[in-house]
Design a protein around this ligand. Structure first.
Ligand SMILES: Nc1ncnc2c1ncn2[C@@H]1O[C@H](COP(=O)(O)OP(=O)(O)OP(=O)(O)O)[C@@H](O)[C@H]1O
Ligand SMILES: [Mg+2]
Length: 510
């Protein structure tokens, strides 16, 4: 079978960590090759090397049997390599076509706009998509943006396609659609590297699966000859409990009351049309729904980051609507924001500074003039250990942490009692496990369950129905700025939940 890409002995070191440790990897023509591994295993680093973003410290790269040097993405593109990153790199204020032809001239294309527009439309149809080349990128959903990223690569006739966690931004339907398109691309001879944390996904979409662990390749297997159990073992060296034992008694004491909440979204249309919810003491209330139905706005209003225009939010009987974030923190409200890399950390500050962002102002870390660094360092070390943030020391920049470790850092900052006597009474967790590997996700969920047991009320927003069933005590379905119904896990069929998510049914009980 023809080898499109062959990596030999790739080494890449960062201060304090060997991100790629003598890696050998091959990609064949027409193959979908899944790349698995814990957060920080070195997957993105390896692919950034192939795409010319990082220079390896050692090793060789062969493309179609020829030894190559890839010094920049431009070199990579010329060699037929395309990459869709964890966060999209499109320019929102440009049209689809402008984004696709951007930089093409550099690579030696002559551009005839009308012809290009037509070609893009055709290419899009070929994969079952309906992308209009003349709309602006900001008008597109996450799934459509991803299609544009792919079109951009396909338009350049790439032979090697790298996708870094492509499904973490997609709804179940969009996922199916993507898989369908990827299969088609593979049939046409394109080789695809597919990074994911979802093992079922890897097993169902790929031909071969490679697992990385701490910078090394631990196994490459044909998808048909391996299993979830085996892959988990390769990844983390132990089995993972896919069932979380909540072991809780139902609470009946209402703690958070949300009444007739209304708020605008970023585009100026009503994003929360009329939200009514009750969260009990010790309860994890899940919110599921297709992204963009008001979940984000709800979280922001509750965290004091977006003004509501009407309604009430009562915590233990006290109306806290439109309080400032600082005031809310002091009242025990904790917010775990979505897209932690974008919203959750200051990437250029150290881990310690990120941890203490809010706590610096309080005793015992500061007197009126000085910051007590000894006290800060001691506490930082202790908390980093308790929340399992893997890092050489707390003085490195937060940006160099892997996705999973960034999320652990945010949990540590938002939930630990950095400030004396502070406890989270209400935790708003927006997509807290998105992009996390199975053991990190398990850690986050277990941590939240533990907090619910010790008295916190938690709003848990997710796209993953199964995860909601596992973690939450009750689940609300959100659609178009409203709650379609609330139920206990197992009380309502998946079929019916799907209909509620699409706005076709409501539920009046519970
Ligand atoms: N630019 C950088 N500077 C310093 N360290 C880095 C840099 N990029 C990555 N690292 C470190 O290299 C290791 C591998 O990180 P990488 O991002 O490749 O992991 P990953 O497998 O993609 O993880 P995730 O699943 O969380 O995305 C981690 O320890 C990370 O902290
Ligand atoms: Mg990564």
């Amino acid at each position: 079978m023809e080898e499109l890409l062959h990596l030999k002995g790739i080494v890449k070191k960062f201060p304090g960590v060997v991100a790629n440790d003598n890696v050998d990897f091959t990609l064949r023509k027409g193959e979908i090759h899944a790349l698995l591994g814990e957060n920080g295993a070195g997957k993105t680093t390896l692919m950034n090397i192939v795409y010319g973003l990082y220079k390896p410290d050692a090793g060789e790269i062969y493309v179609e049997g020829k030894r190559v040097e890839i010094r920049s993405p431009r070199d990579a593109i010329k060699l037929g390599i395309g990459m869709v990153h964890q966060n999209f790199k499109l320019i929102p204020s440009h049209t689809v076509m402008e984004n696709i032809i951007l930089g093409l001239k550099d690579v030696g294309f002559v551009i005839n706009r009308k012809k290009v527009g037509e070609e893009i439309r055709k290419l899009s149809e070929q994969y079952g998509w309906r992308i209009d080349p003349y709309v602006y990128v900001w008008q597109l959903s996450a799934g459509e943006k991803q299609q544009v990223e792919l079109l951009k690569i396909l338009y350049r006739k790439a032979k090697i396609l790298i996708l870094d966690e492509p499904t973490s931004v997609l709804t179940p339907q969009e996922c199916r659609n993507l898989f369908h398109a990827l299969r088609k691309m593979a049939e046409e001879g394109i080789g695809i590297i597919f990074i994911t944390h979802k093992l079922e996904e890897a097993l169902s979409i790929s031909d071969r699966i490679t697992v990385m662990r701490k910078g090394k390749i631990v196994a490459t297997k044909n998808a048909w000859e391996t299993s979830i159990e085996e892959l988990t073992n390769y990844m983390i060296g132990r089995p993972v409990l896919f069932k979380l034992d909540k072991n809780k008694t139902d609470s009946s004491e209402d703690f958070i009351l949300i009444r007739n909440l209304k708020a605008y979204g970023d585009t100026g249309a009503l994003a929360l049309k009329n939200v009514n919810l009750t969260i009990r003491k010790n309860e994890i209330l899940g919110i599921i729904g297709v992204t963009g139905n008001g979940q984000q706005e709800l979280a922001e209003v509750l965290a004091g980051l977006r003004k509501a225009i009407d309604g009430q939010v009562l915590i233990d009987g006290m109306n806290i609507l439109n309080y400032s974030p600082l005031k809310l923190i002091e009242l025990g409200v904790a917010y775990i924001p979505p897209e932690p890399i974008k919203y959750g950390i200051a990437p250029n500050l150290t881990i310690r500074d990120n941890l203490f962002l809010k706590a610096y102002r309080y005793k015992p870390y500061s007197s009126r003039i000085f910051i007590n660094l000894r006290e800060v360092e001691k506490k930082a070390e202790e908390i980093i250990r308790r929340f399992n943030v893997v890092c050489p020391n707390t003085s490195i920049k937060a940006r160099s942490l892997s996705g999973g470790n960034i999320q652990r850092l945010i949990l540590a900052r938002e939930l630990s009692e950095l400030i004396n006597g502070w406890k989270p009474r209400f935790i708003i967790a927006a997509y807290p496990t998105k992009g996390l590997d199975i053991s990190a996700a398990e850690f986050v969920n277990r941590t939240l369950i533990d907090y619910s047991k010790t008295g916190s009320s938690i709003l848990y927003i997710t796209e993953d129905i199964e995860e909601a069933m596992m973690v939450c005590d009750r689940i609300a379905v959100m659609y178009d700025g409203r709650i379609m119904g609330v139920f206990k896990p197992g009380e309502v069929s998946i079929e019916k939940i799907g209909l509620m998510m699409a706005g076709a049914e409501t539920l009046t009980t519970s």
